[in-house]
Design a protein around this ligand. Sequence first.
Ligand code: DPM
Length: 360
Amino acid sequence: MEEGPYKYIRDGNGKVSRVIRIGTRKSQLARVQTDSVADKLKELYPDVYLEIVAMSTIGDKILDTALSKIGEKSLFTKELENALEKNEVDLVVHSLKDLPTSLPAGFTIGAVLKRENPHDAVVLHPSNAGKTLDTLPEKSVIGTSSLRRAAQLKKRFPHLEFKDIRGNLNTRLKKLDEKDDFAAIILAAAGLKRMGWENRISMILEPEDCMYAVGQGALAVEVRARDVDILEMVSVLHDPDTVLRCIAERAFLKQLEGGCSVPVAVHTKVTDSQLYLTGAVYSLDGSESLKETMQTSIAADEQSVEKVDERAQRVGVTAAKLPAYSQDAAERLGIELANLLLNKGAKEILTVARQLNDAR
Ligand code: DPM
């Protein structure tokens, strides 16, 4: 067998292959997401041996506190990164929106897969079938512990009340269906779809009502930044439009110094080589907000295709095969939009939101 930290397997003919180990959280959503990436890798690399290693994270263990209150940035990622660091696993599949805009040194996002529907969805208590957020009775309680969702929806639907709901998707649906605490809950459409629960979506929230979180709906593959073999292997999973949209969104959030505990929302689209980014910040009750849109060309000039720095990271993402020009343009767009909002007072709104949330 070969030396080194990796795991190898010898088949019946004596051929030695490296085993690629994929780390995942134990929740059903994490497993489904990891399996979908494993299936794609298996298809692309039929000779590779894949092994899935499941573990619990702090975020899975603390179920009674709102995410935004825990104040630990790498809630769902730390244990998995420790395993990556120790070569116990070679790649980890995450929801991109759970990954901080700056990863700890030594790690990078080696692939961002094609985005699912990034919007939020309403799931009604069975007794409210046929209703919408507009027609739910006065003071109906909506479950979400996302400050972003609550801020936008409070403003738009002032007759509703918002309360925290925690736990993984299975737990939340159970809390909704088996008790009478909530009239409806708000969840990402992407997660519901991946769980096979699309039939529970009663409405998808349009950007006018609720814009989505940075990176929402996209899967990310995190790897050791120095592991060029694995980086090369997973890089084919990158979806170019999704990568550019998410670089712009993450650059926006990073420049605002926001995390998962501030009410920041985005909307992006790519058409005719133009990348559009709408970004917004909100006070906790949504009464104050700042929202702007900017666009940039992401068309890479064939004549001037620069030499790509294979190791370059932008907001944690390594995409060596995508034109550096396009990635730089996307990153600049996010930074410039954030600067525009900061000039209009975004910092004050977010500082107050953070203080009020800490005092809750
Ligand atoms: C983050 C937030 C939430 C998750 C905050 C936000 C939702 C928390 C809540 C950063 N991570 O969205 O404003 O509703 O209390 C999470 C989900 C998914 C990834 C579940 C969901 C699945 C969808 C995806 C939790 N992380 O948002 O319904 O892949 O984007």
